[in-house]
Design a protein. Structure first.
Lengths: 749, 182
């Protein structure tokens, strides 16, 4: 059972003492470990309850002590006090006191929330509310034991890099024939590209130095040209093929990531910044594209070239080859060491750059505020300051690059001097000028060419590890999106509901966005089909949350929501969403025409239907006044519509959608009184015959509602008709109405 | 709630501007427990009112933790602000301090034993003023908050908070990880 952690023997022993050795454990109803000690530091404490009392035991190095033994009959209520970064379990006693049982870090809040409800139920001799392990236990990675975020089972730490690369390569499987072709082209290309120095050697040793075979010159030069053309041709073929394949792989990846983003529920988005998700679908995928188009080829071609050149050089003169290779490990080491130094500077530079552009974005979008408060000078100063920091960081980095790389280059070219020094001597002592008998001028030239050809690939290879780890990181981030499981989805055997009647029931609904702060705390209501319910309460009381739950953007943590008697979680998600319509306070219009926006939920709607909907929404008049009528382009770059106009378009959208359950979220909040009247009329037409939940701050707009739910701190404080609630002299609603009347009077003055 | 107020009708003794912060006169403020072992903090403003259970919260928990301490009633409505804890009498001050320490559970990191970072998530193994801790911060950039020069707070994947009073004090490795998001 979820409420029972395994009691350590020492703790159990102290309990036994306290109760004259009576066997406790079977009778134990709650035993939970907390993680904050008596002194407020991390420490182990136990909350234990049986049918007689609540006990708290503290485990320290010196032993176990019992701090609390509270008989159940003294308990009036049990609650969790949410603190900053931690929480406390408080017990209200019947004598009017408050006892703090124990404290726990934020991670354990869900666990002790369940404990509090269980304890209260035990004290009142009610049935213990059902608690599943998933509600209570921390989600940890089974491999490393680190806590996992709610929304993913992928532990970034434990992702196997090779597995990621393999998975990435898996995307190449549909193109395996082409991949094999690429490999063949690479081999051929590399073979061809290492040929020219051999021709040069022949030219030198057999034509130029001995002054013989003058007629060979033309042939050899022609051969060189031919090889060069062939090499380019192979490169072009391979490059085109690779571009074709890799872009198709990336396309699949990007589409998968985007499709998954569409499927994921709002809870996933709450915890992430839009920007970082955007980055995954664009930047990270681009990074992968770069790697797959250029990176893999770069790696393979370079390795083949290096191997090919070394084989040839060894065959001609193994000793000299080894000497030439001496600076190579030094170079590799230097390049790595330099990058290690520069990486810190580079990261700082990236960060400053993104800071600068972030502040630029925020100031530009807030330019009205800046001007209104005459803060231009300050913004100038701040920008200058940031810009100067970026300037310094960039020049520090650039100067580093400018210093280290010429030095490294010097070390890499040491091989050349070795060839001149050692090879030159050998050439001098080889009178026959035959490669078989020692070093020749031609072989010397060939070595020089090959050494030059080696430098680029060798330096490149030192960076490939870095490139690869960046790409695997990108791949991990993209795969994390692809692998994320939507927490809201249709269950198997979901109930199909082609037509919802609209009977909605909330049964002691509990909900919280994060684990610590309950937003809804046991709300119940039974709404008849076609009824209009007004939701009233202070901001933050939980009104919008009820709406989010009705739309099933989130699932209730406890309790249930039933539509026509079926648990909302068992209704086919498509059927549910098709029959729920939403009009929001600040309606979002997509870039496109007004008609596109109205028919967003029903793309196949006929023009007449669109116009009827707009007419009913009091939108037809102003739409026809636009020069482009229903084809008027709206959205970010489109026509500037007023708040009221946008609102009426969104109402038309809802009318055309024809939902059975309608949600109005502050639909008239941001418009003037005259427009409000028009919107009210439109809404009245929309509401008819549909179960409606409406949030409004202007309480007068809820006069048409059949009943009002007054929500206070996540609880249903009052429920009744407008007049009933108004008649309660001390009621919350009455107070709100009075308050608003006062405010309105002030406004009228 | 009216049941908290033990001297009913007392609110009319003084007409106050409801839109102005009330700074409490420290000599009139008394904080105490009604019985030993009782967790509730009682507040009496001498000659005026008494509350059975108040909450204590900092107005500037990061930038000025010792000043501007808010007293709030059971409904979490503002009663008033104490400008400086030091001005309270010894018993009230100690009680307020304990309550604040209880409310803000933000261990201060004293030593970073190990830190590893991968794909923007960091795992810390640390010593804090409240004992050893190990925590994971997912997407470091979104969960780090600069509290001033070289001072920052991280929020771990489960809502736990950790303060780093001086990010240069934990060695190069930790500095590299922390300074990137500073």
């Amino acid at each position: 059972m979820a409420l029972l952690d395994d009691l350590p023997d020492a703790v159990r022993a102290t309990l036994g003492e306290a109760r004259d050795g009576e066997e406790l454990v079977d009778g134990t109803l709650v035993s939970m470990a907390g993680d904050i000690g008596l002194d407020g530091s991390f420490g182990e404490r136990w909350l234990i309850a049986d049918r007689r009392a609540v006990t708290v035991a503290t485990v320290t190095k010196s032993g176990v002590s019992r701090d609390l033994d509270l008989p159940l009959e003294q308990i009036r209520a049990v609650r969790v006090d949410t603190l900053v970064g931690s929480g406390a379990l408080l017990i209200d006693t019947k004598s009017g006191g408050v006892v703090e049982a124990l404290r726990f870090s934020a991670a354990l809040a869900p666990k002790f929330g369940a404990a509090a409800r269980a304890l209260e139920a035990i004290a009142k001799e009610e049935a213990i509310p059902e608690t599943s392990a998933a509600d209570v236990e921390r989600k940890v990675c089974p491999k490393c034991g680190d806590p996992l975020p709610d929304d993913t089972n992928v532990c970034i730490k434990c992702v196997d890099k090779r597995a990621v690369l393999l998975r990435l390569l898996g995307y190449a499987m549909p193109f395996r024939t082409q991949c094999i072709l690429i490999a063949v082209l690479m081999l051929a290309g590399t073979a061809v590209s290492v040929i020219p120095p051999i021709f040069q050697q022949k030219l030198t040793d057999e034509v130029l130095v001995p002054h013989k075979h003058f007629d060979w010159i033309g042939g050899i030069v022609f051969g060189l040209i031919l090889v060069s053309v062939l090499s380019r041709a192979l490169t072009i073929w391979r490059g085109r093929l690779a571009a074709w394949i890799s872009n198709r792989m990336v396309y699949v990846l990007r589409t998968q990531a985007y499709n998954r983003l569409q499927e994921l529920s709002l809870g996933y988005y709450d915890k992430r910044q839009t920007g970082s998700l955007l980055a995954r679908v664009t930047q990270d995928v681009n990074e992968l594209q770069n790697f797959m188009v250029d990176g893999i080829q770069f790696f393979l071609v370079n390795s083949l070239t290096i191997v090919g050149i070394l084989v040839i050089m060894f065959r001609y003169n193994w000793l000299l080859t080894l000497l030439v290779l001496i600076p190579v490990p030094i170079t590799v080491y230097l390049v790595q060491a330099t990058w290690k130094r520069l990486r810190g500077r580079l990261v700082r530079l990236y960060h400053l750059r993104s800071n600068l552009s972030a502040s630029l974005t925020s100031v530009l979008s807030g330019v009205r505020v800046v001007k209104a408060f005459a803060q231009e000078e300050r913004e100038k100063d701040q920008f200058e300051d940031r810009s100067a920091k970026l300037r310094d960081a960039t020049s520090y980095y650039d100067m580093g690059v400018a210093t280290y790389f010429p030095m490294i280059e010097f070390v890499t070219t040491l091989g050349v001097y070795v060839i001149w020094l050692v090879g030159g001597r050998e050439v001098f002592s080889n009178f026959s000028n035959k490669p078989s008998e020692g070093m020749t001028l031609g072989v010397l030239g060939m070595f020089l060419s090959y050494t030059a050809m080696l430098l680029g690939p060798l330096q490149g290879m030192t960076r490939i590890a870095d490139w690869m780890s960046r790409s695997t990181a990108s791949a991990e981030r993209v795969f994390e999106v692809i692998d994320a499981e939507p927490d809201i989805k249709s269950v198997e055997n979901a109930v199909r509901m082609p037509r919802i009647e609209g009977h909605v029931e909330l049964r002691s609904v509990r909900f919280s966005y994060d684990k610590n702060q309950p937003v809804l705390d046991g709300v119940s209501i039974d709404v008849k089909a076609g009824e209009m319910i007004g939701l009233v309460g202070h901001s933050g009381a939980g009104k919008s949350t009820i709406i989010n739950l009705l739309s099933r953007f989130y699932d209730v943590k406890e309790g249930a929501i039933l539509i026509d008697g079926v648990d909302i979680r068992n209704i086919d998600l498509g059927d549910l969403r098709r029959q729920i319509g939403v009009v929001l306070q600040e309606p979002y219009l997509f870039p496109g025409s007004i008609a596109d926006n109205i028919k967003y939920a029903r793309p196949d709607a006929a023009p007449e239907e669109i116009m009827q909907a707009a007419k009913a929404a009091n939108a037809h008049e102003f739409i026809m006044r636009f020069p482009d009528g229903y084809d008027t382009f709206v959205g970010e770059r489109g026509a500037r519509l007023s708040g009221g106009e946008r609102q009426r378009i969104s109402i038309a959208r809802a009318i055309l959608h024809d939902p059975r359950i309608l949600i109005l979220d502050e639909a008239t909040a941001s418009v003037d009184t005259q427009t409000e009247k028009k919107i009210q009329d439109a809404i009245a037409r929309l509401v008819a015959g549909r179960t409606t939940f409406a949030i409004a701050h202007r309480l007068s707009t809820l006069r048409n509602a059949n009943r009002l739910m007054v929500i206070e701190r996540g609880k249903l404080a009052e429920l009744g008709t407008h007049d009933e609630l108004l008649a309660k002299p001390d009621g919350t609603f009455r107070k709100l109405v009075d308050l608003q009347r006062e405010v309105n009077q002030i406004n009228e003055l | 709630m009216s049941s908290n107020i033990e001297t009913p009708g007392a609110e009319t003794t003084e007409e106050r501007n409801p839109f102005a912060i009330r700074f409490l006169e420290p000599s009139q403020v008394r904080l105490f427990h009604s019985a030993p072992g009782d967790a509730a903090i009682r507040l009496t403003i001498e000659g005026e009112l008494s509350w059975r259970a108040v909450r204590i919260a900092r107005a500037f928990p990061f930038s000025d933790p010792d000043h501007y301490i808010g007293l709030r009633d059971e409904e979490d409505e503002d009663i008033g602000i104490i400008r400086d804890l030091k001005e309270l009498d010894a018993e009230s001050r100690a009680l307020a301090q304990t309550a604040l320490d209880r409310r803000y559970f933000t261990p201060k990191v004293t030593k970073v034993k190990s830190v590893s970072e991968k794909s923007g998530s960091a795992t810390f193994d640390v010593e804090t003023d409240r004992g050893p801790a190990r925590f994971v911060v997912r997407s470091l950039r979104d969960n780090s908050f600069s509290l001033g020069y070289h001072r920052m707070m991280l929020v771990d994947s489960e809502g736990g908070r950790y303060e780093f009073p001086d990010i240069t004090a934990y060695g190069n490795r930790a500095y590299l990880v922390l300074s990137k998001v500073m």
